[in-house]
Design a protein around this ligand. Structure first.
Ligand code: AMP
Length: 396
């Protein structure tokens, strides 16, 4: 695996795919700089070597047309402040504007190109467009995990024009290592905690993960499909009847593979999908009609706690309750605390995919787990066992 550390950028122009798809307020101020912060080490390595950095990214969904509201010029100052170098801006990511800006770029300087998605060719993975981008740099660096699952021109196709001179930036390399640590090389016992709303959206992950883990904790809305499939009464809880057979099959597969599956035994049920609803703790298989399970109960959390604390490698994807409502967030917070405790005792913990990162940030667990993935969709596809095109293009 070639990383940025395998290259000396002295006198070289690094063409870096970053993920600067950051949120902006109505005055075009960046409201969360995490993605820019995350790309900083890669950019600084190039500059410290004595090279120059050409940054390319998308912002929003302009659908192939130039749209001033989604211009990356809005973030130029913020990037300058974070990197500590005045960043130059090219008003187009290909063509004369880009080529002239690159020709004038000196070692130690940084150039930000205009939004890649102002060109429909970007998302189509157009080869000519990728070739035009490739002309701008000597070495291609991919540091955008958030788009690594897309075979776009700047994330995948461009790599073929750098047969020898392509590598992963620090952020992407960290993501790959973290996933490997869970899926391939993790110290046992390995535990996956899968929550979220639906079995249907997690099924490929569950099937892939059964070959990698010792324990599988299932929580959140998925619970009720399993419980009903086993003959329990789930009241008005979220349940996918058409996935019940699949749920039973998963349990069978897990047994055959010696994976221990933990499903909630009690839940906090509510008489409405509402933070102010009446609540009661009930056995998971005896939920009265008119009531729905919205969070894990105390007996369940005690069982989950013992499993998590005994784990050496932990993967967490998906909340175990409706964490957006304060009264149903306690289970998810408790899981975060157990993972924190296990991590402090030496376990490796990875959180990622979909909504999990939002939950982790909301409750301040970001610094308490070993690694929080920066890519929602890319992380989910990695957990499903797919090779991401952006990663494959560098490994080729
Ligand atoms: P996902 O994106 O699949 O990880 O699902 C996350 C969503 O699942 C969150 O918005 C949670 O509110 C929701 N969720 C978790 N537990 C439940 C539950 N028991 N009933 C309904 N939704 C739930």
């Amino acid at each position: 695996m070639k990383t940025i550390d395998d290259f000396n950028f002295e006198g070289k122009k690094a063409l870096i795919r970053v993920d600067f798809n950051v949120p902006l307020d109505s005055n075009f101020n960046v409201t969360d700089t995490s993605r820019i912060d995350a790309a900083k080490p890669t950019i600084l390595k190039v500059l410290e070597d004595g090279g120059s950095a050409i940054l390319m990214s998308h912002l929003g969904r302009p659908d192939g047309k130039a749209n001033p509201d989604m211009s990356l010029s809005h973030i130029c100052e913020t990037v300058s402040e974070i990197i500590g170098v005045q960043v130059k801006f090219a008003e187009n990511c290909v063509g004369t504007a880009a080529e002239e800006a690159v020709a004038n770029l000196q070692d130690g300087e940084v150039l930000l190109l205009e939004n890649l998605r102002f060109h429909a060719e970007e998302e189509k993975g157009d080869e000519k467009f990728a070739e035009a981008l490739s002309k701008l740099g000597d070495i291609y660096v991919n540091d955008a995990f958030g788009t690594a699952h897309r075979a776009h021109a700047s994330t995948t196709i461009v790599a073929k024009f750098f047969p020898e001179n392509k590598c992963f930036g620090y952020l992407l390399a960290k993501e790959i290592k973290a996933i490997d640590k869970v899926m391939q090389t993790g110290e046992k016992p390995v535990t996956a905690i899968l929550g979220g709303a639906k079995v249907s959206s997690k099924i490929t992950i569950i099937e892939n993960i059964l070959d990698k883990v010792d324990n599988l904790i299932i929580g959140g809305g998925m619970t009720y499909t399993f419980v009903k499939a086993k003959g329990g009464k789930v009241g008005d809880s979220i349940c996918e009847d058409d996935k019940m057979e699949l749920a039973l099959d998963i349990l069978k597969q897990a047994e055959a593979k010696n994976v221990k599956v933990y499903i909630p035994v009690d839940v906090l049920a509510a008489d409405d999908f509402n933070n102010a609803a009446n609540t009661q703790f009930v056995d998971v298989d005896k939920i009265p009609d008119g009531w729905q399970g919205l969070d894990a109960g105390p007996k369940t959390l005690e069982i989950f706690k013992q499993v998590i604390l005994a784990s050496k490698t932990i993967l967490w994807n998906g909340p175990v309750g409706v964490f957006e409502m304060e009264n149903f967030a306690k289970g998810t917070i408790a899981i975060g605390n157990y993972i924190d405790e296990a991590t402090q005792a030496g376990a490796f913990s990875l959180v990622g995919g979909g909504d999990s990162v939002a939950a982790v940030k909301q409750f301040g667990f970001e610094d308490k787990v070993s690694y929080v993935s920066t890519g929602g969709g890319a992380m989910l596809e990695s957990l499903e066992g797919r090779t991401l095109p952006g990663i494959a293009a560098i490994l080729d």
